[in-house]
Write a protein that binds this ligand. Sequence first.
Ligand SMILES: [Zn+2]
Length: 116
Amino acid sequence: MRSADWKIIGSFGTILGVLLLIGGLFAYFYEEQRWIFVVAPYRDVAAPLVIAGVVLLVVGYVSNVRAREEMKIEALPKLPQPVAPPSVPKRFCMNCGTELSPSAKYCPSCGQKSKD
Ligand SMILES: [Zn+2]
């Protein structure tokens, strides 16, 4: 996946995680007066909300880390491809057989004048 995809997951995971955590805490501490009793009607759903929130926060954090890593990889300069040298037919000295560079007029080894 590209860094942008991880970034989206990271952002949504973090935002949803925070919302669920707040919701969970609110559900836990919410109390209301019913006749003479004070009850906390949403306390049962608080734990699942908090757990889901923490899981989403972890997912969001991991995705954000992942996005940063992907961005680093995408920012890396492409390695230059090795350029194949143009195929020049090799030349050899007529006298001693030393390989001659394409532009050599004389053999570097024995001084023999090259033919072409
Ligand atoms: Zn030579």
